[in-house]
Design a protein around this ligand. Structure first.
Ligand code: 3HC
Length: 507
């Protein structure tokens, strides 16, 4: 991270002094700088001369005294408060009295670090995002002790570097990590519970929610030790058990499997490409749809795009490979599917579209639950189908359902019959947290959305997502998650309930 920040500053034309603890660490830092700028040269984004100029602006040293002339010092040592305090004591001693001291902490209290110096009014947080040269957000953290000039000065500098500053107060995780890490830890808990596999969770969030990376790929990029430290710090403040680090994450860290930087984390980075399963081959399935409404229309449109035949009259269901129940009302859906179950040939897969953990209830009502799966399209515009198997689904039926959905041109992931399947179970708690943050007045809607789009590469921010998906849908899914887990943090936040009731968007 230190090397990434040094690169950003040097690319912005500033002279940089980089301090490391010893010669080896210094060489590693130099290596990072050379390879990161080298990649840009290879991609034609930077000329070799410009690369040399950038590298020439960074002086590397192991002597803190070399920081004596700096206007701003950014500390990026590992996330341990004792270590940060020691570094700040040293900086306080060697830096000019008017120099601003900044910490790139992910989640430790900036106030704690500032209070240990003789210049707490000159101490701010500047939080960069990984990879620092790419991500456009920088959170600028002001404590109750920080002088406004120090904050505006740093925010201006950040703008001059081509990044977007979001200025906020000193709370664990600030905006982006506070929202991101509940979701990442939720994904780890989902994996650990056996609800879905690592690859299916990553695929679901990339393909179904449009995120640039799945949660496990992202945690491996951030570093699992950093993830653990961030979660521990956020949990210490929130006492929300969703922030209590997943035992799996802790185990990987204890084993020294820290992600990309050590060659193994949730994934192995050994240069061996994982074989991708072939796209399912075979004739387009004949699909029956029972029920009417927007969901039925969306499924019909999908079948149309895939060039498959759709049958929606009871008399035609006998010839279908897959019958999808897409009624707007669960009771009506149950009756329609039970009738369809009598009409279809053996081997037809019956799919239920409810995602509140009640596929099993619908399945039992058909009298042939072994043939029933849950089917969810988290975003009708995204090519993802989530298939849920209940305890009664025959194993070959879940496989056949996945194959049929694949032949409709969809990417398929599989999970158990739990509220929200994969995508909604992970995204709505995150959206709820964002609404709660807005309701508490910690940050405004623009800052919250900017944090996630510019800091984490999300296609849209959470407040915009809530308005697109609808506060009423958010409340429905959250109520289902809350009913299933009884976790108080999953109950829809009052602001969301209010907007859903009023039928008004959050913006
Ligand atoms: N260093 C420097 N540049 C890098 C890089 C790296 N490690 N990785 C990628 N890049 C550059 C590439 O050179 C390329 O630049 P170009 O467009 O100028 O040619 C650009 O990024 C895109 O790279 P790729 O085409 O190889 O890869 P992708 O399109 O898959 O993008 C990604 C990679 C930008 C990392 C994207 O997947 C993404 O946005 N992921 C989400 C990252 C994220 O969430 N970061 C925040 C983590 S939380 C955090 O850091 C806070 C901390 O406190 C824990």
């Amino acid at each position: 991270m230190g090397a990434g920040i040094a690169e950003v500053l040097a690319r912005g034309g500033l002279a940089v002094v980089g301090v490391e603890v010893d010669r080896d660490a210094l060489e590693r830092g130099r290596g990072h700088l050379e390879s990161s700028t080298g990649r840009a040269v290879k991609r034609g984004r930077l000329t070799a001369e410009a690369q040399q100029e950038i590298l020439g602006r960074v002086a590397l040293t192991t002597d803190f005294a070399d920081l004596g002339d700096c206007d701003l010092v950014i500390e990026a040592v590992p996330e341990r408060l004792d270590l940060k305090r020691r570094v700040f004591a040293e900086l306080d001693r060697v830096c000019r009295a008017d120099a601003v001291l900044a910490t790139n902490t992910s989640s430790l209290p900036v106030t704690d670090i500032a209070a240990g110096t003789s210049r707490p009014s000159q101490v701010v947080g500047v939080h960069f995002f990984n990879p620092a040269p790419v991500m456009k957000l920088v959170e600028v953290i002001a404590t109750v002790l920080t002088e406004p000039d120090a904050v505006t000065g740093v925010a201006e500098l950040v703008k001059g570097l081509g990044k977007t500053p979001v200025t906020i107060g000193d709370r664990a995780g600030f905006v982006a990590n506070r929202l991101l890490f509940g979701y990442l830890n939720g994904a780890a808990a989902m994996l650990e519970s056996g609800h879905a596999t690592r690859d299916d969770i990553d695929t679901a969030m990339k393909t179904g929610a449009g995120l640039p990376m799945g949660p496990f790929t992202l945690m491996d990029l951030i570093g699992l030790d950093t993830c653990l430290q961030v979660l521990d710090a956020i949990y210490a403040e929130s006492r929300d058990r969703r922030h209590a680090a997943s035992p799996l994450l802790r185990e990987l860290v204890t084993a020294g499997l820290l992600g990309r930087k050590t060659g193994r984390g949730f994934y192995a980075y050994d240069g061996v490409e994982q074989a991708k399963p072939d796209a399912p081959d075979g004739p387009r399935p004949v699909v029956g749809i029972v029920g009417v409404g927007p969901l039925a229309d969306a499924i019909a449109a999908l079948c149309d795009r895939a060039g498959t035949q759709v049958r929606d009259s009871a008399a035609e269901l006998a010839g279908c490979d897959l019958v999808v129940e897409a009624a707007e009302d669960a009771e009506a859906g149950r009756a329609l599917l039970s009738a369809a179950a009598q009409a279809v040939k053996p081997g037809t897969v019956l799919a239920v579209t409810s995602v509140d953990g009640s596929v099993i209830r619908q399945a039992m009502a058909t009298g042939r639950p072994a043939d029933v799966v849950g089917l969810h399209l988290p975003d009708p515009a995204a090519p993802l189908a989530e298939i849920a198997a209940t305890v009664a689904t025959a194993p070959d039926v879940a496989g056949r359902a996945a194959e049929l959905a694949g032949r409709l041109g969809l990417t398929v992931v599989r999970c158990r019959d739990r509220a929200g399947f994969i995508v909604d179970a992970l995204r709505f708690p995150y959206l709820n947290d964002a609404a709660a943050m807005l309701g508490a007045g910690y940050a405004d809607a623009d800052s919250i959305d900017a944090a996630m789009t510019l800091g984490c590469g999300y296609p849209t921010g959470p407040i915009a997502d809530l308005d697109r998906l609808g506060p009423d849908r958010a409340v429905t899914v959250l109520n289902a998650l809350h009913a299933e887990t009884r976790d108080p943090a999953l109950a829809p936040t009052p602001l969301l309930v209010e907007h859903a009731t009023a039928g008004r968007p959050l913006r």
